[in-house]
Design a binder for this molecule. Structure first.
Ligand code: FE
Length: 164
């Protein structure tokens, strides 16, 4: 192992290495019935998060607006947005520019979809009339993780390891 220069040792946050798709069910945080996310990084400094979204249902998942960019990598299955004619399939990379409002759909022939998303800022949930119905930011994500880890016996502080 090579020693790091002291300035990096003093100011760098600890690195973070973990299973992106863990076997342990307790690590999957429920978002809604049959929808979970696996936290990888919860960024409280710049505001955003990286998670693996896992979906075991079909139909409309959410209509949302992104005030800041999103990047995604599809691990399993496929999904699409009603507003676009492309389909995100396993192995594909997706960039969602800020200002996008779109409706996430998983088609019926998919029994499981998994995508790693790096979301900046927030997700603003909207109804079909364009009215805001709710939001998620890194703090609502942390709160949800904390509550879940507490309920499965890992303890609320289990979430701390993902915060940078
Ligand atoms: Fe989106």
């Amino acid at each position: 192992m090579i020693a790091l220069p002291s300035v990096i040792e003093n100011y760098a946050r600890p690195d973070l290495v973990c299973d992106a798709v863990p076997e342990d069910e307790r690590l999957w945080v429920p978002q809604e019935p049959n929808v979970w996310f696996r936290p990888l990084i919860l960024n409280v400094t710049y505001g955003g998060w990286t998670t693996v979204l896992r979906v075991k249902k079909s139909g409309v998942l959410s209509r949302h607006r992104h005030p800041a960019p999103v990047q995604g990598y599809v691990i399993r299955g496929s999904w699409r947005y009603l507003e676009h004619d492309w389909i995100a399939r396993a192995g594909m990379f997706v960039f969602e520019p800020p200002g996008e409002t779109h409706t996430l759909v998983v088609d019926e022939d998919q029994d499981e979809m998994m995508t790693l998303f790096q979301v900046s800022g927030a997700m603003i949930y909207m109804d079909t009339e364009g009215r805001t119905t709710g939001f998620d930011d890194v703090f609502t994500k942390i709160k949800r993780c904390r509550k879940h880890f507490e309920s499965v016996g890992l303890g609320g502080d289990f979430v701390e390891q993902f915060i940078r």
